[in-house]
Design a binder for this molecule. Sequence first.
Ligand SMILES: *Cc1c(COP(=O)(O)O)cnc(C)c1O
Length: 486
Amino acid sequence: MKYLSTRGQAPAKTFTEILLGGLAPDGGLYLPEEYPRVSQAELDEWRKLSYAELAFEVLSKFITDIPRDDLQAIVHKTYTAEIYCNARADSDASQIVPLRTLEPGLHILELSNGPTLAFKDIAMQLLGNLFEYALDRQHAELNILGATSGDTGSAAEYAMRGKRGIRVFMLSPHGKMSAFQRAQMYSLQDPNIFNIAVRGMFDDAQDMVKAISNDHEFKAKHKIGTVNSINWARVSAQIVYYFKGYFAATRSNDEEVAFSVPSGNFGNICAGHIARMMGLPIAQLILATNENDVLDEFFRTGVYRPRGTAHTYQTSSPSMDISKASNFERFMFDAIGRDAAKLCELWSRVDAGGEFDLKGTPYWDALPGFRFSSGSSSHQDRLDTIRAIWQRYSVMIDPHTADGLKVGLERRNPELPLICLETALPAKFEETLVEALGRKPERPAGLEAIENLPQRCEVMDADVAALKAFIAANAPKGDERVKKPL
Ligand SMILES: *Cc1c(COP(=O)(O)O)cnc(C)c1O
């Protein structure tokens, strides 16, 4: 299996060649040359598998340059309940991603059983083990640099803690994250994890990361890499749970289902699109946004109009507050028949701060096979949905999952079983739960007093030179490493 760039100007690469990189050299995103098709016989076989076994089968279609035994060991090491799962009281951890049935035909797929209580763990935990494996074989090191407003940073740190050859430098806005999120990250004492609290907003932290990403000399010298959501390995790991959810919600492989997906960067639902391209019988993909409804607007009207960071709202489903959905480019590439020249033309407008309108073009008329249902929700919708689900089913959901359920219930084809993806546990968003229900959500065992643990972080001004000095001091190069091991 080789990978090509959506912009059409980069040489084809293998999985491990793109694993540690970010964008393709032509500025595009990598996708498989073609999607593997899954046969009816394979679906019948896969229906019986455990999550780890299923993950191995799906991933081995995309990863053909890691020996099968090695890949199997990496996948099983990642998706073992004793290693992977948090101690959530009301869940069947042995299944990693269990399906919870609210009523016949209405389900929640539990994606937040990992160590940081959000679905990003599913891909990030695998990424940690893949990185360690690849770096080991290349006798190489990687310093991961990122900025987070919450979920991504903690998922990355819990995936990379203690890993050989890897250090994480994670910037977060000083005093802006919730007490729980702060505790999750800053209480990590692993010597390869560096938390940097920037005096400023998330965008200030993000700008510092961008400045370093554009400094190619510094980047190469200090082996700087990222783990952002455009990483292909993350998308591929997310394809697996669409298969798992489908098998759990159906009895045989001629049934069809609908999935509803709380969306921000379009990574999660892009994996659903790919599962469908592989032949999984998904009749309906429903995209849910919050007030930041750029993607909902596109699927309703054909106009793609990113708003820019100045016009991105801060909402009570913060992990969906994005101005530009980076993975959307992957989907559009498929939707316009993989016409790289056309994609470059559309994105030259987007990258210059503009927009495009597909309606009235042949591309829009050809889109139906790719069209998603979509909708958006408000803070009040989230509160109402959290309350309604609690009253009707005695189940607490988090604000992002509430966005997914609200839009899913509105847009679903009632003939189809609906599977709503749960993207975080309510314990991560206590304030909104208290506002909706007047009570705090339960925390998984062991996290009751996480805020009281000692915390470790470096507070810094939004100053790129200071950040560079900090990285240089803490990421020794080459033979220095021998003298000063991690
Ligand atoms: C990241 C995240 C999302 C959005 O997922 P995308 O892949 O960016 O679309 C939704 N909910 C939660 C809780 C998240 O952490």
